[in-house]
Design a protein around this ligand. Structure first.
Ligand code: FE2
Length: 164
């Protein structure tokens, strides 16, 4: 997982990550910390294993580490975080050793984590986007959240059951 570690240690990533943590310090709703990124990565990897999709582990972890990093820009100038995360990912992934095709795969998944847009043409047939989106939602433990009543997520979207 050398390339994923390169993302985590990349200078701009570290700067953005620290800023995001500090911007969300007083946030009562779900925060976007490394814990969330790794929850998403691990769940998506489990879906990948269960369905024997064969997606490269590094692509899954790269997408999970990057999918919410654009929230810094969203807080700053209102740019939608999925779009900002894509721009950020395109900037740093080449120096972390990812190929053009892999970067396209990762950024399409990031772009698709908030909507249904899926590409069938990419190397995982849109499955990385599907797993990332599902893991992003399922990673949240609404049943123990003290801000659940004020959260804008619909009752259908909130997680009240232990699912597997
Ligand atoms: Fe997320």
């Amino acid at each position: 997982m050398e390339r994923v570690d390169r993302i985590w240690k990349q200078e701009q990533y570290q700067k953005a990550y620290k800023k995001l943590v500090s911007l969300e310090e007083d946030r009562i709703f779900c925060r976007h910390t490394l814990e969330h990124f790794l929850d998403v990565a691990r769940l998506a990897y489990i879906y990948n294993l269960e369905e024997q999709a064969g997606i490269d582990k590094e692509l899954i972890y790269a997408a999970a580490l990057l999918h919410d990093i654009g929230r810094v820009q969203e807080y700053e100038d209102g740019t939608s975080h999925d779009i900002a995360s894509v721009v950020f990912a395109e900037k740093i992934l080449p120096e972390c050793g990812f190929s053009e095709m892999e970067i396209r795969e990762i950024t399409e998944a990031i772009e698709g984590h908030r909507n249904e847009k899926k590409s069938q043409k990419n190397i995982t047939g849109g499955l990385l986007a599907t797993y990332l989106k599902k893991a992003d939602k399922k990673s949240r433990n609404c049943m123990v959240c003290s801000a659940e009543a004020e959260c804008k997520w619909s009752m259908e979207k909130k997680n009240f059951d232990i699912e597997y």
